[in-house]
Structures are given as structure tokens and as C-alpha cells.
Design a protein around this ligand. Structure first.
Ligand SMILES: O=C(O)c1ccccc1N[C@@H]1O[C@H](COP(=O)(O)O)[C@@H](O)[C@H]1O
Length: 212
């Protein structure tokens, strides 16, 4: 069986997070960014993180955070997902195995920005660019650009508007190391539709756990 990341992001409730981890998500994401409608405080992050321990890894998603905030989060979660314009100098202050660096891809020039992180073999995540928000927009990345990034770097997680309806086609086309989904699996920001989540997880697992 292949090694992969199946991350469901934007959880705000411990019970939902536990159910999603039980369904087979390998990573559960929580947003620590006050401008997001999915933002939760440190206490809630700790509660969810504790709930899923041993079943899925906990990921705190941040946007251009202060260094001390990251250290505080690393006391309660397994991984930090940097989803802003954090520099290599900043990101490299933290243990590499505890980092996912996200990039919002608009065009070829954005691929250039990824290269230093590829050279250092970071796990990266690619998302669509939006002027309106840093993430959780449901906007899809250009599949051709996504394919280029995956061909350049194996440890690339695909995100941006993934849903049960489109994930299999995109997996076959782009062949990323992992996937991450949030808003297309929601009833409203921060609340997941567990039926959609189950369907999404089943389709992703089928892709990674088949022999092809
Ligand atoms: O979800 C948010 O509100 C959010 C806020 C700030 C940065 C990242 C955020 N979410 C991340 O966005 C991508 C794509 O989400 P979607 O599936 O298109 O809704 C995903 O990696 C989330 O972790």
C-alpha cells in the first residue's frame, strides 16, 4: 500500500473530528487564523487534537503567524500548515517533519517560489489563488499547473475545491502524494456534512489503496 496524506480541514468540533478520523482521514486540520470563519481558539484545538490522537495527525493551519504562536501550537498539535507568505528563513526555524508549507498557485511564476522548499524536501501543499481569502475558498487549482508541481516534487498535497464528485478524476490526472479538502464537504463554514466526508474518504482510499 502506498504512503499518502488524506487531510480533512476546517474542523471545529471534537465529535466530528473523531468521526472523520475513524472514517480514515490521516490528518485533521484546524484553522488558527482569526479572519477565517473556521477559526478556533487554542483550547478547542487542544481538545480536538487530544480526541483524534493515535488515529489521525492534528494540523494547525496558520497565516503569517508570529514565531512564538507557532511554538505554542506545536505543544498541542503534530503539524503546522503555513498558508501565507512565510519565508524559508522563518519556516526553517521549526522541525521539518512538523511542517506543511502551502502555496497558492496562480501562474508559472508561483511555481518558482516553491523551488527552495523542494530542494529542502519539505511536504508542500498547493491551493488555488484567490484575491478574497487565503484559503477555504472552494476554488480549484489549474490541473496543468498542479501536475507540473507534482512532477517536480513527490511530497505534494493537492487542495482547492476538492469534492467527492471531482477527486477521483483529479487524482488520476495529477497523482499527488495527498489531498486536502474543506469547504466542499461543509454544511456551513466549520460544520462538515459527514455523508459527503465519508464519500470523499472512500474514493480517495480506493485510489491510494488499489494496486494501480
Ligand atoms: O479554511 C480556511 O478558512 C482557511 C483559512 C486560511 C488559510 C487556509 C484555509 N484553509 C485551507 O484552504 C485549502 C483549500 O480549502 P477548500 O477545500 O478549497 O475549501 C485547504 O488546504 C485548507 O486547509
Amino acid at each position: 500500500m502506498r504512503d499518502y496524506i488524506l487531510k480533512i480541514c476546517g474542523l471545529t468540533d471534537r465529535k466530528q473530528a473523531e468521526e472523520i478520523a475513524y472514517l480514515g482521514a490521516t490528518h485533521i486540520g484546524m484553522i488558527y487564523f482569526e479572519k477565517s470563519p473556521r477559526h478556533i481558539d487554542l483550547e478547542k484545538i487542544k481538545e480536538i487534537s487530544t480526541g483524534i490522537k493515535g488515529r489521525a495527525k492534528s494540523v494547525a493551519v496558520v497565516v503569517n503567524p508570529a514565531e512564538k504562536t507557532v511554538w505554542k501550537l506545536l505543544e498541542i498539535v503534530d503539524i503546522i500548515q503555513f498558508h501565507g507568505e512565510e519565508s524559508m528563513q522563518f519556516v526553517s526555524s521549526f522541525p521539518k517533519e512538523k511542517v506543511i508549507k502551502a502555496f497558492r498557485i496562480k501562474d508559472e511564476t508561483d511555481i518558482e517560489k516553491i523551488k527552495p522548499f523542494v530542494e529542502e524536501n519539505y511536504t508542500i501543499l498547493i491551493d488555488a489563488y484567490s484575491e478574497k481569502a487565503y484559503g477555504g475558498t472552494g476554488k480549484q487549482i489549474n490541473p496543468e499547473l498542479a501536475k507540473k508541481v507534482v512532477q517536480m516534487h513527490r511530497r505534494t498535497v493537492l487542495s482547492g475545491g476538492l469534492s467527492p464528485e471531482n477527486v477521483e478524476k483529479l487524482l488520476r490526472q495529477i497523482k499527488p502524494y495527498g489531498v486536502d479538502a474543506s469547504s466542499k464537504l461543509e454544511i456551513k463554514p466549520g460544520v462538515k456534512d459527514l455523508k459527503k466526508v465519508k464519500e470523499f474518504i472512500e474514493r480517495v482510499k480506493r485510489f491510494y489503496e488499489s494496486d494501480s
